[in-house]
Design a protein around this ligand. Sequence first.
Ligand code: SF4
Length: 511
Amino acid sequence: MRRPIHNILLVYPEVPQNTYWSYKHTMPFLNKKSAMPPLGLITVASHLPGHLSLRLVDMNVAPLRDEDLLWADAVFVSAMIIQKDSFARVVSRATAMGALVVAGGPYPSGSHEEIHGVDHFILGEAEEIIGPFMQDLLAGNARFLYKSEGKPSLETTRVPRFDLLNFNAYASMSVQYSRGCPFHCEFCDIWKVYGNKPRLKSVPDILKELDALYALGWNGAVFIVDDNFIGNKARVKKELLPALISWQKAHKYPFRFYTEASINMAEDDALLALMRDAAFNEVFIGIETPSAECLSETGKIQNLKTDMAAAVAKIKSYGFEVMAGFILGFDSDTEDIADRQIAFIQKTGIPRAMVGLLTALPGTDLYNRLKREGRILRASSGNNTDCGAANFVTRMDPEKLREGYCRVLGAIYDEDLKSYFSRCNTVLDQTAGLPYASRDIRWHEVKILFRSLARQPFTPYGWQYLKFVARNLVRHTGSIAEVIKFTVIGHHMHYVTRQTLRAARLEAAEA
Ligand code: SF4
């Protein structure tokens, strides 16, 4: 007999530390615990009945204590595939403590058949199903599985429960403006899950979220988590960005925005100028590969239509740091692909190049094609920097692919970080004097600089670090905040690369 539901514990499992995206090894310099908060869980929390008591444990910030599990009548756990090991441990501990377990998020939504120990699944987008589920749960007759069939309007979503977060623990806050993407990249699950027609929040709703963050005292970076921020470019330009600019001006620019967007943003000067004026200073772009054959194979038409190096330079000319994703393992990859990737990344001056092996995620066109071809080997680990090899039979010899992949990582995040700092210098030279790349240093950034100076000169890359800092203290006095940012991010990239390459060497030796 289950106990009545009064206390709900929301749990976000641990993200493995040694992934580029975690930025875990940058956090000690910032005196923070995690790069960003669990936006999905605090959005779900905003849809729960107001009479329930809620607690949030983000395990990337604080341990999950037995007393939290004992307090909880129900544990709501949300995870991405990369968190699946920690997710399984949470489920098993919660079940052992007698709590009811409710699971949702991308991992359960894509793979619930392989998950055991969960009492109820909330699959897909929660907005339309969380209400009926909670009604049934509180009435004691909830079903095992609730699945969102349609694509809910984002106009019904509520302001996430930012108040459940410990703001001091995070380097950045997050908001979401849209879901969906108009493109059809073969490896991508975003357009399959969220649709090709981007759904948008209303401008007043997104401003309410900024108001909530501001009222709670947030001042700093805000990640707009949309997979393609410019999915509906016309409305972004006409409605959202002018409103963001007015809001920022009225509040004296407390936030710096960053987001993800497709490379066609470079075609639109008016868009870039509006984003600059709203205080965007970083953008992530899926470049994937310099090979036209691979872009064509994977249906990345927007990249094929443009000169990608020129597009990156154009975006930077508005003061943005361009971060980018790169992939090896396409069927059309040739043996020189590693060298071509290294040359492209270095030439275009992209400090944060997230290079991964192609992964076949369930539900994607890629997965379905490879399945038809009998080439799927195993479920994806969700970690595309896992040198253990792709989860499908690659056209390239797996050993050559692994060797090439490791070579790219070892070259762009080299032992002394010379090539990394060289790319940072390129960005600083290209964005010098532009707004938000060039701004007054804040007190917390001075403290980061001191923590960095106390540690980074004594690392294996210490000499290049000192040269980088000295060069830019002289040349780019207006960009010191960016200089500091690049140094502490470089530490994380260096650490994760060494771990990844070590693991790859061990696996190769064991094979
Ligand atoms: S542009 Fe990005 S989000 Fe859109 S389908 Fe391609 S990879 Fe997915």
